[in-house]
Design a protein around this ligand. Structure first.
Ligand code: C2E
Ligand code: CA
Ligand code: CA
Length: 826
């Protein structure tokens, strides 16, 4: 900044001129004074000298007058008389001159006195001279040397002396006065000169300072000028740029307005410089405002944001403005005219100057309330079960996870997980329909909830499975008490429309004391305990214990092993002969799978099939067995032509029938192996047929059309009636081993077997008796007219090598022909 207190050039000029004039005056004065003093002093000194001279001259002339008058009297020489007159004249002149110089002397008494005596002396001298001229020398001498003259002369000489003294004193007086004046003026000069010098130094110093400041100021001014010049240039450029930008803006604004009119959204344009917000009609249309209610101040907008979202939204906007980004967007709640809130999506574009400074923001608000509602519903659905409205698996696991955390922090906090499975729910669902099944689930939910505290979590785990999280319990007995209560609550029959339904549940319990980290571990234990409860006869609860754990672990191990077994094909097919009880000859084989476990050796189906079934791998296995059995049979038939009518019985899980491509697969196997379809018989367990009745019927009809035979396995164990089975195209019925095994000892079994055989024959089916182990059993079955038999009495299932022995070179005779009636084994 330039120093505004600095004097300008005119002031400086005036100061210097003033100083100069003062200095001139002072110096002029001094010079004049010195010159004047010199002149006065010279004059004074001259005057003084003159006065002193006069003093001497007067004394001398006085003497000279007397002398010359007396000499003239004595010598009578005219020359001296002349001299006398000359001296007289001179004396008068000196007196006159002295009087001129010192006027006050005229009045001096001495002078007056001298003048008086002088006149007398002169008169006497003049008289003497006259006496001489007239020749009276005596008289003349008498006058001049007489006593009168002498007295006069003495008086006069004294007066002259005093007069000359006075002159001398006066001269000295003048001189000493002049001396004082000279001392004074020297003193004045010696003060004035340093003062002047000091004044000039001060002035010069100040001037120098001013000069420097002025230089600095001018430098500053120059720089500012340059800056201004640059700014001006920039401004000019800016203006032209801005003009261009404004042009573009106008264009885009026109476009914006067109868009704003065309769109259904609330379009806004916020100018940061004025803090004004322009809105299109959308703001009124969407949120129900009157145009007069919409205020074009950004505060209006902020004010209408839900207080819970406001801070987040405004800080987001500021971040966008201050940052370098172009876009800002947010979802928040915006107040409608009726004071309800709409969910909106707001997106804005930040417009910046070339310097990067944000000047405005343009954007649009879209009402996303509908979408938000759907989202919230979806979110709710994602964590809740649709049928019962209960938390689902995901939410339950989340809550369980929190409980695990709490138990880790607080040693006194215990919880338990209940895994509830409705026994035989499938039967109800299948027989009464899904709608009723859903109704039942809802009612079960209500009952379960009524047995729990509000703080407990009940979740539906899919199907007929529920889980409960019991929080903050005292010990495991609290959990078993809840399980008891649930069981009791559910014993009351359910009224579903006209139907009254009884249900039971199996419950597994796991507790926090096990100290797992993962929710899944607790659930797994509870589920294991639930299955244990089911195995032990259902309608009960089981608390998970370590033995169950061991079982669960071995199950897990088994699953791993089975996957590997499928991959490496560790399965083998064994064959058990089926014998015609009429002829005693081998009539066919049943193929039975075996697992050659690398450590445990040969494993029977009961050990692994249920697990494989649960793992969903049974189909893969069946495909393998079917292919291998057909291939083997074809090979044997080729090798032993006499055996071409021996058939192959292959077990199939009923699950296959749910697969649409099943019959095609059988086709493919037959084509690949070239086996005669008539020599293939598929065995389907009775339970499976009823479970998948609608698919099975279609599939069986298709298979029948391909000339493949079908038989019902394990007949008597399921709850199907023979009349129901009648509609399926089935040729053979296999009586389950459980009936055969005790038929020679238990009359009841015998009767059942008899009834089955009679019924089967009525329906034109053959009968195969499974599990014949004793001769009496064989005899009884033959007597009852059972066509075929199979059992350890004839042979256990054997590997293909051994089985081949039963075919070579023709079908083996298992029952001796001669004693066929006595059932003798060959
Ligand atoms: P299943 O179809 O009823 O097969 C007959 C079972 O009874 C065989 O058991 C056989 O070894 C056994 N058995 C036969 N005669 C006697 C006897 O006199 N006394 C006794 N105690 N048992 C006898 P296995 O081989 O253990 O097979 C068990 C079940 O596994 C089979 O019952 C069948 O349902 C199933 N299975 C076997 N292989 C397959 C297969 O490849 N696929 C399917 N889906 N199931 C199979
Ligand atoms: Ca079978
Ligand atoms: Ca069977």
């Amino acid at each position: 900044m330039p120093d505004r207190t600095l004097p300008d050039g005119r002031f400086t000029f005036r100061l210097i001129v003033g100083m100069f004039l003062v200095s001139c005056l002072v110096f002029g004065g001094l010079i004049w004074h010195v010159f004047h003093s010199y002149r006065v002093t010279r004059q004074i000194i001259r005057q003084e000298m003159r006065l002193k001279e006069f003093a001497w001259e007067i004394v001398y002339l006085d003497e000279a007058l007397t002398m010359s008058a007396r000499i003239a009297v004595l010598t009578l020489e005219p020359e001296w008389m002349e001299r006398y007159y000359r001296f007289e004249q001179q004396f008068d002149e000196v007196i006159e001159e002295a009087q001129k110089l010192v006027p006050e002397v005229r009045h001096n008494q001495a002078v007056l006195q001298a003048a008086g005596t002088n006149d007398k002396l002169v008169a006497m001298e003049h008289k003497a001279i006259k006496e001489v001229e007239e020749g009276r020398f005596e008289e003349a001498q008498e006058i001049l040397f007489g006593g009168a003259y002498g007295i006069q002369k003495e008086i006069y000489a004294d007066a002259v002396k005093r007069f000359s003294d006075q002159l001398r004193i006066r001269a000295e007086e003048i001189l000493s006065g002049e001396h004082d004046r000279a001392v004074f003026s020297i003193a004045v000069i010696s003060v004035l000169i340093p003062l002047l010098f000091f004044a000039w130094t001060a002035v010069l110093f100040v001037l120098r300072r001013w000069q420097l400041a002025v230089q600095e100021n001018s430098r500053l001014a120059e720089r500012r000028l340059m800056e201004k010049e640059a700014a001006k240039e920039a401004l000019e450029m800016d203006i032209s740029e801005r003009k261009k930008a404004e042009e573009a803006l106008r264009e885009s604004q026109t476009r914006l307005q067109l868009v704003a009119h065309a769109t259904n959204d609330a379009v806004w344009d916020w100018d940061f410089r004025t803090n004004q917000v322009w809105w299109n009609d959308g703001i009124c249309a969407i949120f129900g405002y009157q145009p007069s209610e919409v205020i074009s101040d950004s505060a209006w907008w902020k004010d209408h944001i839900h207080s819970g979202d406001r801070d987040q939204v405004t800080s987001g906007v500021h971040a966008a403005i201050e940052g370098r980004g172009e876009f800002w967007s947010a979802e928040y709640r915006f107040r409608r005219a009726d004071n309800t809130y709409a969910y909106v999506y707001n997106r804005g574009y930040v417009v910046r100057e070339s310097s990067g400074k944000a000047i405005r923001m343009i954007g649009a608000i879209v009402d996303i309330s509908d979408r938000k509602q759907v989202e919230e519903q979806l979110l709710h659905d994602a964590f809740h079960d649709l049928v019962t409205g209960l938390p689902n698996r995901a939410l339950f696991i989340d809550r369980l996870g929190r409980s695990i955390g709490r138990a880790k922090r607080r040693s006194d906090y215990l919880f338990a997980v209940l895994f509830i499975d409705v026994d035989r729910f499938k039967v109800i669902n299948d027989s009464l329909g899904h709608a009723v099944g859903d109704q039942l689930l809802k009612t079960i939910t209500e009952r379960l909830l009524s047995s729990l505290r509000p703080s407990d979590t009940l979740a539906r785990f899919g199907g007929d499975k529920f889980t409960v999280l019991l929080e903050d319990i005292g010990d495991v007995n609290d959990a078993t008490r809840v399980a008891d209560r649930i069981q009791k609550e559910l014993t009351v029959p359910f009224n579903l429309g006209k139907q009254e339904v009884f249900i039971t549940v199996s419950i597994g319990i796991s507790q926090s004391a096990t100290g797992y980290d993962q929710p899944e571990d607790f659930l797994r234990d509870a589920e294991t305990a639930m299955y244990r409860a089911k195995t032990l006869g259902r309608a009960r609860y089981q608390v998970f214990d370590t033995e169950m754990h061991a079982r669960a672990v071995s199950l897990l191990q088994m699953e791993t092993d089975l996957r590997r077994a499928i991959e490496r094909n560790e399965f083998e097919v064994y064959y058990q002969p089926i014998i015609s009880l009429k002829t005693g000859l081998l009539s066919g084989f049943e193929s039975l799978v075996r697992w050659r476990h690398p450590q445990r050796g040969i494993l029977l189906p009961y050990d692994f099939l249920p697990i494989l079934q649960e793992m969903g791998l049974i189909i893969q296995l069946d495909h393998h067995v079917l292919m291998e059995s057909c291939r083997q049979m074809k090979e044997w038939q080729k090798k032993f032509p006499a055996c071409s009518s021996v058939n192959m019985n292959v077990n199939l899980s009923a699950k296959h029938f749910a697969h649409p491509g099943f019959s095609d697969f059988v086709d493919q196997v037959l084509q690949e192996t070239g086996l005669n379809p008539k020599t293939l018989k598929l065995e389907i367990p009775e339970s499976g047929i009823m479970e998948h009745a609608e698919f099975v019927e279609v599939a069986l009809v298709q298979l029948k059309a391909k000339k493949v035979s079908l038989s019902i396995d394990d007949f008597g164990t399921g709850n199907s009636s023979l009349s129901a089975i009648h509609r399926f195209p089935i040729e053979t019925l296999k009586i389950d081993r459980s009936f055969v095994s005790m038929m020679d000892q238990k009359q009841e079994n015998l009767e059942i077997v008899r009834a089955i055989i009679v019924l089967a024959h009525n329906l034109s089916m053959d009968v195969v008796a499974e599990g014949i182990e004793t001769e009496p059993q064989l005899v009884l079955l033959r007597d009852l007219g059972c066509e075929y038999g199979q059992g350890f009495l004839f042979s256990k299932p054997v590997p293909s090598k051994t089985a081949e022995g039963f075919l070579s070179p023709s079908p083996k005779q298992f029952i001796a022909k001669t004693k066929a009636s006595n059932s003798r084994i060959a």
